[in-house]
Design a protein around this ligand. Structure first.
Ligand code: NAD
Ligand code: LMR
Length: 339
């Protein structure tokens, strides 16, 4: 009787242990004191799936961490200064590394104008991640995403630790915007508006597929298309030199991280459009592409085809591919010339 009880307790204990071990999720934010970094870190602190939050920035990481650590949720928060050991400690053991480090746009700039500054920032952070967190899911937010994601891939390849299933360009803000803008037109709840957005994350590389939504009538709506493709410019203009989208981006980044954590913790059918190493257009020389991706415990579970497109959307996709190819190549060449 006792033996049976003890055995049962043992099973219960080991189940509890394995469940909690699996549920330990360290999330690291690189660029945590910035316009995106701070609200993103706040939202991650509010997420019960996150058990440890590591906040790193070239300035202000420990301050943001001290502030956020007073929030009465369970996760442990640590802040790190820009020393090599600080960066390594922030990264060690991370399941997810979010990278919003880098400069934002000012009015009149394109995302590509950020390349000269942000390419080397992302390259150096990728080197540190490849060394200290080679198995983490890397979520790249820093612009231009179409080029910074290939930069991370090249660095991980050079270090011999590249896993294409664990690298994501965060394009969630395009999806968030599309659903919000559609809901404004249709007077609906944005929660019910699932708009797939494919391609990349800048101007014409952003291709919303309204034909696949419950509002195919929106396909030819030029004003809506302009808002989805150039929504970032609206914010840059309105902030008038003070930066680009930060709060909506924080929400989008936190949503993507939450989706990955859900999938890692065993939830099935978690799908997010995201910019990944993709087979879809490799034969055309396009190694990265955003489409709907099913997430799983190993990161990318399944990359979905773009599906059936309307003729107008096909034209948008053709324009997207032309730009995307150049943007990707620019990132690859940068690492080759500036390893
Ligand atoms: P920001 O200037 O407010 O913050 C950037 C932070 O990065 C700063 O705190 C800075 O100290 C830090 N930083 C700079 N170099 C660093 C380094 N080497 N290591 C660690 N931290 C470093 O800018 P922001 O508004 O937060 O935007 C950040 C980036 O995100 C920009 O490139 C912006 O274009 C991009 N962005 C992307 C999306 C998207 O949808 N993917 C949306 C909005 C903004
Ligand atoms: C956005 O889409 O808001 C971001 O990429 C920032 C920008 O420069 O527009």
């Amino acid at each position: 009787m006792f033996a049976a009880r003890r055995a049962f307790a043992g099973v219960a204990q080991s189940r509890a242990f394995s469940a909690s071990a699996r549920d330990l999720s360290k999330v690291t934010v690189l660029g945590a004191a910035g316009g995106i970094g701070q609200p993103l870190s706040l939202l991650l602190k509010l997420n019960p799936r996150v058990t440890e939050l590591a906040l790193y920035d070239i300035r202000g990481g420990p301050g943001v961490a001290a502030d956020i650590s007073h929030i009465n949720t369970k996760s442990k928060v640590t802040g790190y200064d820009p020393t090599p050991s600080g960066l390594a400690s922030a990264l060690k053991g991370a399941e997810i590394v979010l990278i919003p480090a880098g400069v934002p746009r000012k009015p009149g700039m394109t995302r590509d104008d950020l390349f000269n500054t942000n390419a080397s920032i992302v390259r150096d952070l990728a080197k540190a991640a490849a060394e200290s967190a080679p198995e983490a899911n890397i979520l790249v937010i820093s612009n231009p995403v179409n080029s910074t994601v290939p930069i991370v891939a090249e660095i991980f390849k050079a270090k011999g630790v590249y896993n294409p299933k664990r690298l994501f360009g965060v394009t969630t803000l395009d999806v968030v915007r599309a659903s919000r803008f559609v809901s404004e037109i249709k007077n609906s709840d944005p929660v019910d508006e699932n708009i797939t957005v494919i391609g990349g994350h800048s101007g014409v590389t952003i291709v919303p597929l309204f034909s696949q939504s419950s509002h195919p009538d929106l396909v030819g709506n030029a004003e809506l298309l302009q808002r989805v493709q150039f929504g970032g410019d609206e914010v840059v203009k309105a902030k008038d030199g003070a930066g680009s989208a930060t709060l909506s981006m924080a929400m989008a980044g936190a949503r993507f991280a939450e989706s990955l954590l859900k999938a890692a913790q065993g939830q099935k059918g978690v799908v997010e459009p995201t910019f990944v190493d993709s087979p879809l257009y490799k034969d055309e020389g396009i190694d990265f592409f955003a489409s709907k991706v099913e997430l799983g415990p190993n990161g990318v579970e399944k990359i979905m085809d773009v599906g059936k497109l309307d003729a107008q959307e096909q034209k948008l996709l053709d324009a997207c591919k032309e730009d995307l190819k150049k943007n990707i190549k620019k990132g690859v060449v940068f690492v080759a010339e500036n390893p």
